[in-house]
Design a protein around this ligand. Structure first.
Ligand code: TXA
Ligand code: MG
Length: 357
């Protein structure tokens, strides 16, 4: 294929036609970015090693970071995974289609490049009609990491995909902004007690309703060089804007005090500041002078973690394009529900973490 990226815009009635064209590209071994409910994915035929290699190349993804394989029905799970425990079926009934990825023993049909040589495969059924339609029409499971350049914030709109990957992929399906905004929860089902490898769209409390015990297998920072990690994705820096990011965490009034203090100090040194803050923080008297200067992105209410999740990556990308030298991020939302995933992404993106009480 040449190096122009086709852009397919879903406009109601044309979705069937677009999915057919995009599925043809997948069947021919090409790459198509498509919306899921979490973030946009960059898809290729999971069972075609040549096609999967193109994903790694387009993203600049390290070759030891395996991909999630997306399926549209349970029959496809049987093609790629073995030893699926009963408890996993309970989780599928509860959360599929949806933002839960589970790791199982893989079958030989899955090429090494998809799993980076691991004997396991990560699988999920996305909750988006375009994604499901594409997988069905292509007639093959689709491997898809987030459709961003490796290390950048994940894409939540087709514009984000285009700004990172135009000219590097065959096509993108524009289905509008995604619903959830952070990636799926990753749960390793191969040990006796499931291990949570990434917090995401399904919360740990939701999982605990179906699984007695869950081991927390992730950290909120990039692992150090040489550290042994259970999921290859844990060792890379992630989600980072190019601009320096300072995250302030703690109880809300202390966070507001610290952010306004930092904004004043930076301002005194002629350092231009961008603010990634909750509505409540932006609305305080302390912040009024800074908020009116611009370079502000409102995440949504501190008490609405779902809204913050859906705005987070767009906010990081927006402030990265503003003329600012440093971004100060508000970490005053709690870790309840999807808040754990939001704070995990912010901590991984941060160059500096300040905890206040
Ligand atoms: O919501 C999502 O999960 C999105 C959409 C597109 O589905 N995809 C996504 O993919 O976030 P990606 O590649 O950005 O993240 C996949 C994560 C990585 O941290 C990777 O290391 C881990 O899943 N992973 C994949 N296969 C694995 C395996 N066999 N064992 C352990 N970790 C695995
Ligand atoms: Mg990713």
């Amino acid at each position: 294929m040449d190096n122009t990226t086709r852009i397919f815009r879903i406009e109601g009635v044309n979705s069937g036609e677009i999915i057919t064209k995009a599925a043809r590209i997948i069947q021919q071994g090409g790459t198509v970015a498509f919306p899921t409910e979490t973030v946009y994915g960059l898809g290729a035929d999971a069972l075609n090693p040549e096609a999967v290699r193109k994903i790694f190349k387009a993203k600049g993804r390290p070759l030891d970071n395996p991909l999630i394989v997306h399926i549209a029905d349970i029959e496809q799970l049987e093609v790629i995974a073995s030893d699926v425990p009963g408890i996993a079926h309970a989780l599928m009934d509860a959360f599929w289609p949806g933002p839960l990825t589970m790791i199982f023993k893989r079958k030989d049909i899955v090429p090494d490049v998809t799993t980076c040589g691991l004997d396991t495969v990560a699988v999920r059924m996305p909750d988006n009609p375009i994604a499901l339609g594409l997988i069905r029409e292509a007639g093959t499971p689709i491997a898809a990491p987030s459709a961003n350049i490796s290390g950048r914030p994940s894409p939540t709109t087709a514009e984000h995909v285009i700004s990172d990957l135009a000219g590097r992929i065959d096509a993108v399906i524009d289905g509008g902004a995604v619903r959830v905004g952070v990636e799926s929860t990753v749960l390793d089902m191969t040990p006796d007690i499931p291990v949570l490898l990434r917090p995401g769209g399904v919360s740990i409390d939701q999982i605990r309703e179906y699984v007695g015990d869950v081991v927390i297998g992730y950290t909120d920072r990039a692992a150090g060089a040489g550290e042994v990690v259970r999921s290859p994705g844990l060792k890379y820096t992630h989600y980072s804007p190019e601009t320096r990011l300072v995250l302030v965490m703690g109880n809300s009034s202390a966070v507001v005090d610290k952010i306004s203090e930092l904004a004043r100090e930076y301002g005194d040194r002629n350092i231009r500041v961008g603010l990634l803050v909750t509505d409540e923080t932006a609305g305080t008297d302390e912040m009024a002078g800074y908020v009116s200067k611009g370079g502000v992105f409102l995440l949504g209410s501190r008490y609405d973690a779902s809204a913050i999740a859906s705005n987070l990556f767009a906010g990081l990308r927006y402030l990265d394009m503003e003329d600012v030298d440093v971004i100060i991020a508000d970490g005053s939302m709690g870790i309840a529900g999807i808040g754990a995933a939001v704070l995990n992404r912010l901590k991984k993106a941060a160059d500096e973490l300040i905890e206040v009480h």
